[in-house]
Design a protein around this ligand. Structure first.
Ligand code: HEM
Length: 398
């Protein structure tokens, strides 16, 4: 996305694909909160809005009368509406579409995956061998969620490159190239159609079989509903958590005092994970304005796209004391990384398990490591933020 015109005024021309936003968005958001809490931009079809305060993000997430979830990604050119229930559903369809998935993601079901999560992490660490340098994003973080969601869907884990390519084309390239996003969607549909046929003939203990048996308002799910939910679970389950694991390891690679503290006292890891989720929240969503309204003095016009930044809400000093400091023992931490309101993340138990296990197993085996000197961490562009390359030097092995 390097051919984009540079931003001169973030208040009226924001661009979340600008390299400065990708590299370090936090000072931009601080400036906006002080100067103009709702920024706007004409770079996206029908205009886009960026609310930068916790209060406005909260208000929008709870207001489906004015803000619809039918578009969940801000794009330069809108695509036809493509359902991915429940994330793209508004009331009244949302509640039953969400409810049917809840049993598969309950704390009890997800806890069963812990041994497998630990085994995946250790096999990735084994593959690093005795090298002193590695890439903690491409050799570790990115594979953990792929392997677990592939296991839950009952599909082959060796498809990781294919899944990551779909995610890239849907969420990054597809923002300005609708054909790329549509092609990725058709490929996913063809892939999952085949999986549905296989499971109809030979059901198993996996999410595809679970959806074939599930009901929506007393009737079996339609094929578009099943395919839309499977596409959603694949995309929501991979990029998000990979980014969360990578950002946690990046923090530990660049903050030796926090790394030493967690190694000395691993009981702090769950609190630290919540703080990494708050401070480096990976997921920004979108809404489409369906009825005119005003927030923080800014009129929101119908059809406008809203960049709904849970990451910006989590850095608002009006909501969190020392919002720009990362405090791994922060006691009160009601962060919005998993969203707010009816669409709050359905996979949060799984995400927390994966992030906790990934950091625990890494620190057990590599208690001392740092960002490799002279090499640079690179961050993903757009709506999901996390390290895409994280060069680290391992200073000590357990
Ligand atoms: C660190 C990792 C994750 C983060 C930060 C995250 C964040 C979010 C956020 C912010 C939302 C709200 C969307 C909105 O308001 O429009 C959401 C919804 C959702 N997430 Fe996650 N997510 C993560 C991991 C996962 C995983 C592992 C899964 C499971 C495969 C998952 C499945 C979902 C689903 C199905 C929804 C839609 C819920 C609904 O519409 O009712 N997420 N997530």
């Amino acid at each position: 996305m390097d051919s984009r015109p540079p931003v001169n005024d973030w208040t009226i021309d924001f661009d979340h694909f600008d390299p400065r936003w990708t590299e370090n968005p936090y000072p931009i958001w601080d400036e906006l909160r002080q100067k103009c809490p709702v920024a706007t931009s004409q770079r996206f079809q029908d205009g886009a809005y960026f609310p930068s305060t916790y209060a406005d993000v909260h208000a929008i997430a709870y207001d489906s009368e004015h803000f619809s979830s039918r578009r969940v990604i801000v794009r330069e050119q809108k695509l036809p509406l493509i359902p991915g229930p429940p994330i793209t559903s508004d009331p009244p369809e949302h509640t039953p579409a969400r409810k049917l998935l809840l049993p598969a993601f309950s704390p009890k079901e997800i806890a069963k995956l812990e041994p497998q999560a630990r085994a995946v992490c250790n096999s990735l660490i084994d593959a690093i061998g005795d090298r002193s340098e590695c890439d903690a994003a491409t050799e570790y973080s990115q594979h953990i969620p792929v392997r677990l969601i592939a296991h839950m869907l009952g599909v082959d884990q060796s498809n990781g490159d294919l899944f990551r390519d779909w995610i890239y084309r849907s969420l990054i390239e597809g923002v300005r190239n609708p054909a790329a996003a549509m092609a990725a969607m058709h490929e996913q549909n063809a892939f999952f159609k085949q999986q549905v046929e296989l499971r109809r003939a030979n059901p198993g203990d996996d999410l595809v079989s679970f959806l074939i048996k599930a009901e929506f308002n007393g009737a079996p799910l339609t094929e578009p509903h099943i395919l839309g939910t499977l596409r959603l679970l694949l995309i929501a389950g991979i990029d998000t958590t990979w980014s969360g694991i990578g950002a946690s390891l990046w923090h530990l690679a660049t903050h030796p005092e926090d790394r030493r503290r967690l190694v000395a006292d691993p009981s702090l890891i769950p609190t630290a994970i919540e703080e990494f989720l708050r401070a480096y929240s990976p997921v920004t969503m979108a809404r489409e304005v369906v009825k005119e309204t005003t927030l923080s003095g800014c009129p929101f016009k119908p059809l406008g796209q809203v960049l709904l930044s849970f990451p910006a809400a989590n850095r608002d000093p009006a909501r969190f004391a020392d919002a720009d400091r990362v405090l791994i023992d922060r006691a009160e931490n009601p962060h919005a990384a998993f969203g707010l309101g009816r669409h709050r993340c359905l996979g949060s138990n799984l995400a927390r398990l994966e992030m906790t296990v990934a950091v625990e197993e890494w620190l057990k085996r590599f208690p001392d490591f740092e960002e490799t000197r002279g090499k640079k961490t690179t961050w993903s562009e757009g709506t999901v933020r996390g390290p895409r390359s994280l060069p680290v030097t391992i200073l000590k092995r357990a």
